[in-house]
Structure formats: structure tokens, C-alpha cells
Design a protein around this ligand. Structure first.
Ligand SMILES: Nc1ncnc2c1ncn2[C@@H]1O[C@H](COP(=O)(O)OP(=O)(O)OP(=O)(O)O)[C@@H](O)[C@H]1O
Length: 256
């Protein structure tokens, strides 16, 4: 198996608090890897280190064999490392379809030079983006609300739209940060189904932080358990759920 993301001996402290502690993980290409751990274990911090929102004190982050430790979040995005974000305030006043159409970076339409000299090409490119956005909106099951303002969508529909936004790019790997939170069970089923299809049919790799154990169990293999900033155990969810160290980390000594 080839790792798409490698975190190698990463450390990160905030003030005197060592939050990530000589942490190493691999996310295999084509996997849906889950990351769980008790509150404060360092999951979000590790995500931020992988996505480029934070820089490690030491250690390396590798994407597809290349060291990306020194790259900004934006540069990582352009290399296909994506993170879903909540729909930003300014996008809530645009329709669901427009939200998708805004995603592709470096649209020719944004460049004055190309608008001036190649109007035909710009029109072609916009038509292509619209066609792709319509395909994506069908895929995520939001065709019926494509003209609704994104701000008016339900919590679950917004999550589906966020997933759709990653599909407007050439994503290699998508980091999903607690996307099940606040989503009703029906839409959660759609979300899980879409993530599985993106993985199977389009070759997406996912790294998923999630408190919702049902979602982790249905979707993720392997699952990495983070505790006190390093990997406690990694494996299939069933082995993890029965691991006494994991039970102790979650519930304290008495439960083990
Ligand atoms: N910017 C920061 N400055 C100072 N301390 C921070 C910062 N970010 C996180 N921490 C601390 O680092 C520790 C790990 O936080 P982190 O959010 O990474 O954990 P988590 O596993 O994602 O937790 P949860 O499951 O509760 O979201 C916590 O003690 C937190 O208070």
C-alpha cells in the first residue's frame, strides 16, 4: 500500500503545553481512515498541521511522496489536499449552485488579461464549470435546492454542499472534520453513501475526524486512536472498540 499522507515524528506545543507528541501516522491511498480520541487528544491540532493551518515545531508532513511541511494551506490545496469548511458567511448569500461554481481556482474569467483577449475561451470555461457544478449537485442529491441560498439550507444539506465543493477540484485527499455533527440520520446516510462513492468510484482518499462512532464504524478502516498527542493504537474498528487501553483512555481506569 502507498501512503498518500505521511506524518513523521511531528511535535507541536502551545506555550508550555505539548499537544502533539512525536506523532507519526500514514493515510493509505484509497483508504477512508478514521481518527478518534478523547477530548483534547490533539485531533484538530493534527488536522491543522496536515492541512497547513499550523506549522509543526519539528517533524515532517509528506503528501504523495513530497515534503509539504513548508507549504501554506493554499499551496497544499492546489496540490489536492482539501479540507471541508463551513460555508463562509459571504457564500451564504449565493445559491447552492453558485457556491459550487465559485470553487475552481484560477478561473480564466477572473483574469483581466484573458477576459480582454480571449472572451470565447472564458465563456467556454464558464459553461464547463456550470456543467460540472450541475453534475456535482446531482451527485450530492441537492438538485432540488440548487437555486436556494446556501444560508437557507439545513445543516445536513450544507454538509452535502461542502462535500460537493471538494468535488469541483482535483482532490487527492479530503480531510473531513466532524461532518456528522448536527446532521439528521437520513441526511447522514446520504453523506456516508456519497463519501463511499467518491472513494470507490472517483478514487478519493479521506481522513475523517469524528465523534459519531456509528459513522466511524460504517465508514472507516483503519481507525487511528489518538491520545495525548500520539497514536495509541490503529486498526479495524471492532478491535479498537474492544481494546482495553482505548476503553481506559475514553472512560478512565474503572471502565477497563
Ligand atoms: N491555539 C491553541 N492555543 C493553545 N492551546 C491550544 C490551541 N489549540 C488547541 N489547544 C489545546 O491543545 C489541546 C488539544 O486540542 P485539540 O483541539 O487538538 O484536541 P481534539 O482532540 O481535537 O479535542 P476535541 O475532541 O475536544 O475537539 C487542548 O488542550 C487544547 O486546549
Amino acid at each position: 500500500m502507498t501512503p498518500l499522507i505521511e506524518v513523521q515524528h511531528v511535535n507541536k506545543a502551545f506555550g508550555g503545553l505539548q499537544v502533539i507528541n512525536d506523532c507519526s501516522i500514514n493515510v493509505e491511498k484509497g483508504s477512508i481512515t478514521g481518527m478518534i480520541g478523547p477530548n483534547g487528544a490533539g485531533k484538530s491540532t493534527l488536522f491543522n498541521l496536515i492541512a497547513g493551518a499550523l506549522t509543526p515545531d519539528s517533524g515532517r508532513v509528506i503528501l504523495d511522496g513530497k515534503d509539504i511541511t513548508a507549504l501554506s494551506a493554499d499551496q497544499r490545496f492546489h496540490r489536492g489536499l482539501l479540507r471541508t469548511f463551513q460555508i463562509a458567511h459571504e457564500f451564504s448569500q449565493m445559491s447552492a449552485l453558485e457556491n459550487l461554481m465559485m470553487v475552481p481556482p484560477q478561473q480564466a474569467g477572473e483574469s483581466l488579461f484573458s477576459t480582454w483577449f480571449k472572451p470565447g475561451q472564458v465563456r467556454e470555461q464558464e459553461a464547463e464549470v456550470r456543467r460540472r457544478a450541475l453534475e456535482v449537485i446531482d451527485f450530492v442529491g441537492l438538485h432540488h435546492v440548487r437555486n436556494e441560498l446556501a444560508g437557507n439550507l439545513s445543516g445536513g444539506q450544507k454538509k452535502l454542499l461542502e462535500l460537493g465543493r471538494t468535488m469541483m477540484t482535483d482532490a487527492k485527499v479530503v480531510l473531513l472534520d466532524e461532518i456528522a455533527a448536527g446532521v439528521n440520520r437520513t441526511l447522514l446516510g446520504d453523506l456516508i453513501g456519497n463519501i463511499e462513492r467518491l472513494n470507490r468510484e472517483m478514487g478519493y482518499t479521506f481522513l475523517v475526524i469524528e465523534h459519531d462512532m456509528e459513522m466511524i464504524a460504517r465508514l472507516c478502516d483503519p481507525v487511528i486512536v489518538l491520545a495525548q498527542g500520539s497514536v495509541m493504537v490503529e486498526g479495524h474498528i471492532q478491535d479498537i472498540q474492544n481494546n482495553p487501553d482505548v476503553i481506559e483512555a475514553y472512560f478512565g481506569t474503572d471502565a477497563a
